[in-house]
Ligand binder design. Structure first.
Ligand SMILES: Nc1ncnc2c1ncn2[C@@H]1O[C@H](COP(=O)(O)OP(=O)(O)O)[C@@H](O)[C@H]1O
Ligand SMILES: CC(=O)OP(=O)(O)O
Ligand SMILES: [Mg+2]
Length: 418
């Protein structure tokens, strides 16, 4: 039996799922799932489930980073008597790491010295993500020296975006030299969504056209044509496109020079491995829902009557609509479904309702009751019976996507160092 630890370091949370699998099986069986969330809205909270055992919203002290969260979860898992599979550290065979920026890597890589340094070099291009993911890789090498570390990249799914869509209209010599192009992120989630929706609709993934919205602490939209990424809202970095918990999303690039005179100077939070400017610090960490409302909890924002909260809500709906219509036309109106996923997409009934109201003229319509009801299937259809196009909710699972990947691809990783 093999044990896989699948680690998803997001900007506000760390989610870890534990799986077991028979040696040649490609089907991971989940043993437990733990999440530390609210890293941007302390105190952080633990969510845990193993079989019938459930912990929800346990407040944690002194957990301030993704590395703290990882160490806390690992020790929680190892102390759980109901999880004998993890009692010895050498029992963990594989650790999968979600790495947001993978540059030109088109697929998963074993994390050896070279890959590690390459991911580190890309840290400036995903300031909320790559460095925290690497802090977990280092912790794994120390605590679980027997485990094989494999990186799954959010950017890989978008390697299929056509050149005229991923090219920025700037000096091409500079663009080429510095590899300035649209990369796109949340790709592990979009791959999961593509497979899950194809299976729900009984359609081969290669024939699936969907508009997918991954709305979490970071939010993005993806135009998926014939099962592949055709366009997405994030860009060179995860800052472009939709606003998020602490991110502005796309703004006029000139705005920053009017916001502060020191936009180009190095930020206090820069380190020897990460050179971020004040502009990047402000737009990545001090904007979005936090700047508008003081909270990063979109559930609270959606429920509030405060003007600031209503404004934040309306801004999100507006910016999402900026993508749905254009992606609908990029798919020539041949759309199998509009799909909501991510923490806000899955739990935010009010947001889904407002977004779908905004595209009713295209033929989308929600069944209000289904939209309010529990969406506990992997894919739940919430469309009105009379709607021309389907609206679905997908409980995306990046950890499961990585675990499936590692079992299917074992041959490539076994025997290699990392
Ligand atoms: N009931 C709710 N309605 C709307 N949003 C919610 C609700 N509950 C949680 N959320 C939001 O989900 C987001 C977290 O999504 P998730 O995809 O788990 O985040 P991450 O990007 O860290 O992976 C948070 O912004 C949180 O506020
Ligand atoms: C890419 C990204 O923004 O990820 P997350 O939403 O997990 O922060
Ligand atoms: Mg996430």
């Amino acid at each position: 039996m093999e044990v896989v630890l699948s680690i998803n370091a997001g900007s506000s949370s760390v989610k870890i799922s534990v799986y077991k699998a028979e040696p040649s099986s490609t089907t991971p069986q989940q043993l437990a799932e733990a999440t530390v969330e609210g890293l941007t809205a302390p105190p952080a909270k633990l969510k845990y489930s193993r079989g019938d055992q459930k912990i929800k919203g346990k407040e944690l002290e002194n957990i301030n980073s993704q590395e703290d969260a990882f160490k806390y979860i690992l020790s929680h898992l190892q102390k759980d008597d109901g999880l004998p599979e993890l009692s010895k550290t050498e029992d963990i065979h594989f650790t999968c790491h979600r790495v947001v920026h993978g540059g030109d890597y088109p697929r998963a890589q074993i994390i050896d010295k070279e890959t590690y340094h390459h991911i580190e070099e890309l840290s400036d291009l995903a300031p909320l993500h790559n460095a925290p993911a690497l802090s977990i890789v280092r912790a794994v090498s120390e605590i679980l020296p027997h485990a094989k570390n494999v990186a799954y990249f959010d950017s890989s799914f978008h390697a299929t975006i056509p050149k005229h869509i991923c090219t920025y209209p700037i000096d091409q010599e500079v663009a080429e030299k510095n590899r300035l192009r649209k990369y796109g992120f949340h790709g592990i989630s979009y791959q999961f969504i593509t497979d899950a929706v194809a299976s729900h609709l009984n359609k081969p993934a290669e024939k699936l056209n969907i508009i997918a919205l991954h709305l979490g602490s970071g939010a993005s939209a993806c135009c998926i044509k014939a099962g592949r990424s055709h366009d997405t809202s994030m860009g060179l970095t995860p800052l472009a496109g939709l606003p998020g918990a602490t991110r502005s999303g796309s703004i006029d690039p000139s705005l920053m020079f009017h916001f502060t005179h020191s936009a180009g100077s190095i930020s206090h939070s820069a380190s020897s491995h990460m050179h971020i400017t004040q502009a990047e610090e402000i737009l990545n960490k001090k904007s979005g829902w936090k700047a508008l409302t003081g909270t990063t909890d979109f559930g609270e924002i959606s429920a509030s009557e405060k003007d600031s909260h209503k404004l934040a809500f309306d801004i999100f709906v507006d910016r999402i609509l900026n993508y749905v219509g254009p992606y609908f036309t990029k798919l020539n109106g041949k759309v199998d479904a509009l799909v909501f996923a991510g923490g806000i997409g899955e739990k935010g009934a009010k947001l889904r309702q407002e977004v779908v109201n905004g595209v009713e003229c295209l033929g989308f319509k929600l069944d209000a009751k289904k939209n309010e009801g529990p969406a506990d299937e992997v894919v739940t259809d919430v469309s009105d019976e009379g709607a021309k196009f389907k609206t679905l909710i997908c409980q995306t699972d990046e950890q499961l996507q990585m675990a499936k990947g590692i079992l299917a691809d074992r041959g490539r990783f076994v025997g290699k160092k990392g």
